[in-house]
Design a protein. Structure first.
Length: 433
């Protein structure tokens, strides 16, 4: 019977094309706005660390003095990063910051480009499950002593070397030769949870160099640089010795016991630093936050986004109210035809079901058109309002969610008109024939 009702629904739509098109447009606009906002909210709120979210922790230290802010710092100092690296509790740990370097090759025809670079330790790649195509990270000796080693992604590999296995080749960074030790696949977690400074939805870096090279090459910081006191920083060594917070620090703690042990280790570290005159704030402490907590603390998904989801749902309801009126007009116009069908044996349930199938078909068409509106909206927001590319991608789940919402909403809107038409008295229309 379903396919019979579907055939009748299609014939009914063709009989009233203008009215049907108005209903499809009404629901498609509502679906388009709703899916656009829902897509942005979903892409912004996803936890990119997946099942490892509860094992990866950002380290925070309240290292400031009295009469400063009461919030724990989101980043740490260089001296604290060095001291934390001496702990043997974490499975893996990585200090890091973002910089920028001029990229060249030994090919004279290659035009130099300026690229964002992640300065970090070798554990970074295993810590965040970065996929390698060729090679490996640099070794522990490079982390300890320094070394001109570099890991690049496949995009830079294609630009600089034409693709393929480039391990062992030389990449010039700020006119210094770095040996390529690894090539990673395109890796761009969204949100960029390991460093939410200057935009949680910015693209990941394409080049990675050892953290141990920072004091040697004096890499500048392209991230946030905060300090609780004025310091006369005249050279890089002053920066290293300062109380400036400019580094991110992540650890892997794979069991609750490890997490407790590391929290206790941080407590002892804070006490040790207090003994030498640092960490003078009365609430001085160390904290660890897993990925989900970290995203929440940094308000990666603003409360405004939730409000927008609610407003888009209200807009969809307004569109459905308009659709309800159009459906009522369309169905009541067919009352004589329905009266004849009732008179020759069609039950109220059959009439009701037929009209709901028709409403469902209109909703499905509206949902499909709504997906097109959503895609246009995201493209417009990305190109005109500089919405981050990771948020402007239409998630695959929306291809299912949009038709389901559209069909469900249309059926809900169509229940009253369908009930009205199946409740008509057939004798009234038989007398008029």
């Amino acid at each position: 019977m379903f396919f019979y009702y579907l055939d009748l629904a299609w014939r009914s739509i063709k009989k009233t094309p203008f009215l049907s098109l108005l209903m499809i447009l009404a629901i498609s606009i509502g679906i388009g706005i709703t899916i656009t906002i829902l897509n942005i909210y979903k892409m912004a709120s996803v936890n990119p660390a997946g099942e490892r979210s509860a094992q990866l922790f950002s380290v925070q230290l309240m290292s400031q003095d009295n009469d400063t802010w009461d919030m724990i710092n989101e980043q740490i100092t260089y001296q604290d990063a060095f001291n934390l690296s001496q702990s043997d509790v974490p499975v893996r740990q990585a200090a890091m910051f973002r910089t920028g370097l001029a990229v060249q090759t030994e090919d004279v025809n290659f035009s130099p480009i300026l690229e964002g670079v992640r300065v970090t330790t070798g554990d970074f790649f295993a810590l965040f499950d970065v996929p390698f195509i060729y090679g490996t990270p640099w070794n522990k000796q490079v982390d300890a002593e320094g070394g001109y080693k570099v890991v690049i992604n496949e995009s830079i590999n294609q630009k600089a070397f034409g693709g393929g296995n480039s391990v062992g080749k030389t990449l010039m960074l700020n006119r210094k030769p770095y040996q390529v030790v690894g090539v990673i696949a395109e890796w761009n977690p969204s949100p960029k949870y390991y460093d939410v400074n200057n935009g949680a939805f910015n693209d990941s870096e394409q080049i990675y160099v050892p953290f141990s090279m920072a004091p040697i090459e004096e890499f500048s910081s392209w991230g946030n640089n905060n300090s609780w006191r004025h310091e006369d920083i005249r050279n890089y060594q002053d920066r290293i010795n300062s109380e400036m917070h400019w580094l991110q620090y992540w650890v892997e703690l794979d069991t609750p016991a490890k997490q407790q042990e590391y929290q206790e280790w941080l407590g002892r570290y804070v006490e040790q630093q207090q003994q030498i005159g640092r960490f003078k704030h009365p609430d001085a402490r160390g904290e660890i936050k897993d990925v989900a907590q970290w995203l929440n603390v940094n308000k990666v998904v603003p409360e405004d986004n939730k409000v927008l989801v609610g407003l888009s749902a209200l807009f969809l309801i307004v569109c459905l109210v308009n659709m309800l009126g159009l459906l009522l007009a369309k169905f009541l116009k067919r009352a004589p035809e329905v009266g004849v069908r009732r008179a020759i044996g069609a039950s109220r349930l059959q009439i009701f079901s037929q009209h709901l199938v028709e409403v469902g078909l209109i909703g499905f068409c509206g949902g499909a058109l709504g997906l097109l509106w959503a895609w246009i909206n995201l493209y417009f927001l990305s190109s005109k309002f500089e919405l981050e590319a990771s948020l402007a991608q239409l998630d695959q789940s929306m291809w299912v969610i949009a038709p389901v919402i559209a069909v469900s909403a249309a059926i809900i809107a169509g229940i009253y008109p369908a009930w009205r038409i199946c409740s008509t008295n057939p004798s009234v229309y038989l007398k008029s024939q």
